[in-house]
Design a protein around this ligand. Structure first.
Ligand code: HEM
Length: 224
């Protein structure tokens, strides 16, 4: 089958992806130290690092929202239930029988239906949940600085449960994400695409009327 090199992940997208990944892993490391599950930096340092990384993540999220809105890339994440079953069957059975992916990736449609659902949940529920519960934590714990009355919450218990449950969900996501990363055309093809921006896609997509961007056009866009 003929393949073409396609520019699929733009520079900001790759920067955002890897910075977010590093920050979330660092937040997990420091967070689970605060939680008491591991020992690495020492509790006090872990709290300081966790707060700094959290603010860095918030700044990154603001830029990422701006980028998604201005480029229209937010549309990639609109979930749809079409083909969800096909994909579930694929990930449970087909993938182990070496069957091809049920749909093909393109510049206009980078995510498969299950990815759309997962990333939508991540962006709309889990990450905002972590951010809001984390901010509640910060402003609750230092009342003399920020005025606890304004938040008017009785105890930290529910905040701690939401934040810790979110941390476990993010950890589970990370493990599944790393496994799925290896299930592309080759073990490293998805990783290489997120590092370089370029991926080999099947040419037949053009025949299906899906607009794909070939390498020469991509080069022009990089230069622009
Ligand atoms: C912008 C997002 C975030 C903010 C503002 C934030 C803030 C905080 C704060 C203030 C604490 C309490 C520290 C203390 O006790 O002094 C905390 C605890 C914690 N954080 Fe975060 N955090 C964020 C994201 C994350 C992420 C992404 C993870 C994991 C992937 C995470 C995992 C944890 C864990 C496990 C704890 C300990 C919870 C407990 O035992 O009560 N946090 N976070």
């Amino acid at each position: 089958m003929i393949t073409k090199t396609v520019y699929i992940y733009r520079a900001f997208e790759r920067f955002w992806h890897w910075t977010q990944a590093l920050l979330i892993m660092f937040l997990a490391l420091t967070g689970f130290e605060i939680h008491g599950s591991i020992e690495f930096f020492g509790f006090e340092a872990a709290v300081t690092y966790h707060n700094v990384a959290a603010y860095a993540l918030i700044i990154l999220i603001v830029f990422a929202i701006f980028w998604h809105l201005t480029t229209g890339e937010w549309r990639q994440y609109i979930p749809s239930l079409t083909h969800v079953r096909t994909y579930m069957n694929y990930y449970v059975f087909g993938i182990f029988r070496d069957e091809p992916h049920p749909t093909r990736k393109s510049v206009l449609s980078k995510l498969n239906p299950l990815q759309k659902l997962t990333y939508f949940g991540l962006k709309v529920l889990i990450i905002p949940g972590m951010l809001i519960s984390g901010l509640f934590y910060i402003f609750y714990r230092y009342p003399q600085k920020h005025g606890i009355e304004a938040l008017n919450i009785e105890s930290l218990e529910i905040i701690a449960i939401i934040h810790t449950a979110g941390a476990f969900l993010l950890l589970a996501f990370l493990i599944v994400h790393l496994y799925l990363m290896t299930t592309g055309e080759t073990v490293f093809s998805n990783l290489r695409a997120m590092l370089t921006g370029y991926e080999q896609l099947h040419e037949e997509e053009e025949d299906q009327g899906i607009n794909i961007q070939v390498i020469s056009e991509a080069d022009e866009e990089e230069k622009a």
